[in-house]
Design a protein around this ligand. Structure first.
Ligand SMILES: [Zn+2]
Length: 700
């Protein structure tokens, strides 16, 4: 084939072919053909070419890639290092070396070479930077450095070629919706503006520039020199803290941010900065507790279930019929091991705690695994739980000596106060359960106020708040509390706690209508002034907090949304009303939730899809209402579902039946029969005859 000598060279250098690889073109084409199926031949050819053209970057990077694919990382590194000794600024060789080092030594050991590769490669080879950044993000996730994960993912999105961008955006969105990551870490953080004298300002600009391309160590080094010259500048310390956090240096980041919080004048900014420092402290704090699991081998599953079922401390969970994946298909039964035995007349106000979750697995012939039982509990409880299980299982449990508990997850000690599991007696309904939960939450919040805290110098929030000098720290600890609660599945209104501690109400954030809401740190969302926002900003606000799943913020966003017809239309009204319904349900306001369902119904246009949409709404309303098994509207709703859908879509009946059983509402099963089912009376026959469904009294 003909190669235009003035076209860009095929090696990707960006130079014209004539001035680049023209003399080795034929050999490069040959390598290309060999590389996938004959790697040894490709390696041999590349080595001999490299011996003649030791300055050709494309040859050494190709050779390194053949070697790494063969698992010869050391040799790949040696080749690249040797090349770079003579050509220290060749970006692709640097990117390739960074890649090998990252894979073999990890980020900490490779930081310098990576940042050098970023600096020299960002302009010409952004795709290489993007790839490295996404790999670093994975390592940061394993190390638990959430801020570094997000920032490296964002960097890889910025740098990625268009064809890879969507996939990386999905990864980012996936990270942002992970509930186990404290919510502020799932959004971006912004550098504070810094004002300095000319010469220093130039250095500051340089730091921002290298930060843009992910070189957070170089940025931190530039900034360290600046804070030496201006040690009282809070904004400098703040930004230094962010650079370090993005670079995976969590402890040092927290130190800089604490310092910044001391120095920043604006109260709310100081509080948010201190809160970030406290949250980072929690990430590295050794004072943590774990959820652990122990696996016990067992025999004769059916016999085991019989003896577990017979004990008052074992509460069997409703079986999950959707056993789609292999693992759950092996589940024979799931139990809650209760702290106290369940009596026949359980006191609804005093439900026992769950000590452990116990899952019984059947044998699996395909993988030749024996039947086994998994006991999952807090590290404090695992011994007691396992012993209890063994006493019930008797000889059916194997000895499993040396089977130590393995950690499932690890949480900062401050979460412990909000970590409980009450046994959920089905017939009482979810609404009752949520009320009990709310009471426990209120008492946990009270305890929090009185409990000494490390971040407050071992004083309790109530004590610390007596000294006005502590207000920033105490204010920050309330934000930390909000984040901890959210992580544990609660979003309580902390206004009252704030006022009890004498913390000023946070000032509303000044935003302009052009500003992208999505670029704000999530910690500032609570300070948005909704009425001041543009329609687009309200839609973005709602989308963002929905992804993050913060109930109170969702409530505020969607309340503003439904005041604005154009914004509501853009968001889609049905989705908005369903969100409102979900918030109302979580707040246990079921009548409010059903109002939202009415709004949702009236927003459905009368088109072809209306039937399905209305069916979906009816089924969802039903599942909401089943939270209160005594809801007087339930029979009427069931009747209308039966009359409207059972004939057209017969499968629905089974779905509803299961839903009733699973929510402890078996007393309503009769409603699924035409005319109420049960005793036949002539009166009922008339009603049934008038309905569309065929009903034969003789079958009763
Ligand atoms: Zn070339």
């Amino acid at each position: 084939m003909a190669h235009d000598p003035y076209a860009p060279c095929m090696c990707g250098s960006g130079k014209k072919l004539k001035f680049c690889c023209q003399d080795i073109l034929a050999d490069l084409v040959k390598v290309e053909k060999l590389i996938d199926n004959q790697p040894d031949a490709a390696e041999k050819l590349l080595r001999s070419l490299l011996a003649q053209h030791s300055d050709k970057e494309v040859l050494v990077t190709q050779l390194a890639s053949v070697l790494t694919r063969k698992g010869q990382f050391d040799e790949a590194r040696n080749q690249l290092v040797e090349f770079l000794r003579h050509h220290p600024d060749e970006p692709r060789a640097l990117l390739a070396l960074a890649d090998v080092c990252l894979a073999t030594q990890g980020f900490d050991e490779s930081r310098r070479i990576i940042h050098r590769a970023f600096q020299l490669g960002a302009r010409q080879f952004p795709a290489g930077v993007a790839m490295l950044a996404s790999q670093i993000a994975q390592q940061m996730a394993r190390a638990g450095c959430a801020m570094a994960v997000r920032e490296h993912l964002a960097l890889s999105v910025r740098m990625a070629p268009p064809e890879r961008r969507n996939q990386l955006l999905m990864q980012l969105a996936n990270f942002e919706s992970q509930r186990t990551v404290p919510y502020p870490f799932r959004g971006r953080f912004a550098l504070l503006p810094v004002e300095l004298d000319d010469e220093l300002q130039q250095e500051e600009h340089r730091a921002r520039k290298v930060s843009q391309i992910g070189c957070w160590e170089p940025a931190a080094i530039l900034y360290s020199r600046l804070v030496e010259k201006q040690p009282q500048n809070g904004a400098l310390w703040h930004n230094l803290g962010l650079f370090r956090a993005w670079d995976g240096r969590v402890e040092e980041a927290a130190k800089a941010l604490h310092k910044a919080a001391d120095l920043i004048d604006d109260f709310d900014t100081a509080v948010e900065t201190e809160a970030l420092a406290q949250l980072l402290d929690l990430e590295v704090d050794g004072d943590a507790y774990s959820i652990v699991q122990v696996s016990v081998s067992v025999e004769s599953v059916s016999q085991l279930l019989t003896s577990l079922d017979a004990d008052g401390r074992m509460a069997r969970m409703p079986s999950n019929v959707n056993n789609e994946n292999e693992e759950s298909a092996r589940v024979a039964a799931e139990y809650e091991l209760l702290a106290e035995p369940l009596s026949d007349n359980v006191d609804p106000e005093n439900l026992p705690d769950v000590l452990a979750d116990i899952t019984v697995y059947d044998a699996d012939e395909s993988s030749e695994s024996d039947p086994q039982v998994l006991v999952v509990a807090l590290d404090d409880d695992i011994k007691e739980a396992t012993a209890l299980f063994r006493s019930l299982a008797g000889d059916l449990a194997g000895s499993d000596e040396g089977n130590e508990p393995t950690p499932v997850s690890r949480l900062p000690q401050v979460c412990r106060l909000f970590d409980w599991k009450t046994h959920h007696a089905e017939h009482l309904g979810s609404s009752h359960f949520r009320r009990i939960d709310q009471q426990r939450l209120d008492s946990a919040l009270q305890q929090w106020l009185e409990k000494p805290s490390k971040s407050l110098g071992d004083e309790s929030p109530l004590e610390a708040a007596k000294d006005a000098n502590n207000l920033v720290k105490v204010g920050a600890s309330v934000i930390t509390l909000d984040v901890v609660c959210n992580r544990m599945g609660y979003d309580p209104d902390l206004t009252d706690i704030r006022s009890r501690l004498g913390i000023p109400v946070p000032l509303k954030l000044e935003t302009d209508k052009e500003q992208a809401i999505t670029s704000l740190p999530l910690l500032q969302f609570a300070r948005l002034a909704e009425p001041e926002l543009s329609d687009d900003q309200v839609v973005d606000f709602t989308n963002r907090v929905t992804l993050v799943r913060h109930l109170l913020l969702i409530e505020r966003a969607v309340a503003e949304l439904i005041r604005r017809p154009a914004a509501l239309e853009r968001f889609t009204p049905m989705r908005a009303h369903m969100l409102r319904a979900t918030v109302a349900r979580e707040k246990n306001d079921l009548s409010r939730a059903s109002e939202c369902f009415e709004d949702a119904r009236s927003s459905v246009a009368d088109n072809q899809d209306a039937f399905r949409t209305k069916l979906e709404l009816d089924i969802r309303e039903l599942s909401f209402r089943l939270d209160n098994p005594a809801d007087p509207e339930l029979p009427a709703l069931l009747t209308s579902i039966r009359e409207r859908y059972f004939v057209k879509i017969p499968e629905i009946e089974e779905v509803i039946r299961e839903e009733l059983v699973n929510s402890g509402c078996t007393h309503l099963l009769d409603q699924l029969q035409p005319a109420g089912g049960g005793l036949w009376t002539p009166d009922k026959e008339e009603k049934a005859a008038s309905s569309e469904k065929l009903w034969v009294p003789g079958q009763d």
